[in-house]
Design a binder for this molecule. Structure first.
Ligand SMILES: [Cu+2]
Length: 277
């Protein structure tokens, strides 16, 4: 592949990944700057503010995550008018998904808070170990775009960060969970997950959040929260939009025997011409 082709593909991938952001930005931004028909590599620096991956900011698209400092499981989403948002669209069967993970990529939790009429959300959220945690709220207001906001919560005590070497297999409660597929930078990558128990494939997974499992993918260096879509009904298969080369933490929630369990993986993007697998 020559350099010109690479640059073009890079631009196409960026346009595909950030197409939604462009549309939202164009609607809110000055009318004299329409989005370009195609994206050149040299334009990248001009796009930085609106094209960051989701989850890196406490405030985005006019919405702000307001955690109750004394009770991190209590919070509201402040809307563009400064008031708590009370109307949310249902996505993956819930109006809001709350994810908590320590900054070292450990202690992942995915819970579904309840909202009071005034827009205050609550969920029992406990942090099992000291450290700095990232809390993400993933939602779509009825009158706004899909948004993921993140805020930090500090849990006092001696913090011993963990290393997460690359790993494609995880065992939880006797379930052996294996991730297949590679992550490619600047692209939508497909990963598929096999689940076995006692050496036999589990073929009767229950639906969870409208699919055969729910995947959260985070960029290890900054916990950017990637776009992930279930690819096919009936399979544990996902498209993951990977913005940059590097290491990623992936967390799969799956349901079997009426219990939701989480498997976690660490992948580094596939290097062209490398020895990834
Ligand atoms: Cu959820």
């Amino acid at each position: 592949m020559n350099t010109a082709t690479k640059v073009t593909l890079y631009g196409v991938a960026l346009a595909a990944i950030f197409g939604g952001t462009w549309a939202a930005g164009a609607a809110a931004g000055p009318p004299e700057t329409p989005p370009p028909a195609h994206t050149e590599a040299h334009d990248t620096h001009e796009q930085a503010p609106s094209q960051l991956p989701p989850g890196l900011s406490v405030s985005d698209n006019g919405y702000t995550l307001r955690l109750d400092e004394t009770k991190p499981g209590t919070f509201h989403i402040e809307g563009p008018d400064g008031n708590p948002v009370t109307k949310f669209a249902v996505e993956h069967e819930k109006r809001l998904h709350l994810i908590a993970v320590r900054r070292d990529g450990s202690n992942f939790q995915h819970v579904h808070p309840q909202m009071a009429e005034n827009g205050t959300w609550t969920v029992p959220l406990t942090f099992p170990e000291p450290g700095s945690y990232r809390v993400f709220a993933d939602f779509r207001p009825e009158s706004g775009p899909k948004t993921t906001l993140g805020a930090d919560v500090q849990v006092a005590g001696d913090y011993e960060p963990r290393q997460h070497p690359n790993s494609r297999t995880f065992t939880v409660d006797g379930y052996e969970v294996t991730l297949k597929g590679d992550l490619d930078a600047n692209a939508a990558s497909t990963v598929e997950i096999d689940i076995a128990k006692d050496g036999k494939p589990v073929t009767d997974l229950q639906d969870y959040l409208g699919a055969k499992g729910h995947l959260v993918a985070l960029r290890a260096d900054d916990l950017a929260y990637l776009h992930v879509h279930p690819e096919q009904s009936g399979q544990v298969k996902f498209a993951v939009e990977v913005p940059t080369a590097g290491k990623y933490r992936l967390f799969l929630d799956f349901k079997h025997g009426d219990t939701v369990r989480t498997a976690e993986f660490t992948l580094t993007t596939h290097e062209e011409g490398g020895h990834g697998h």
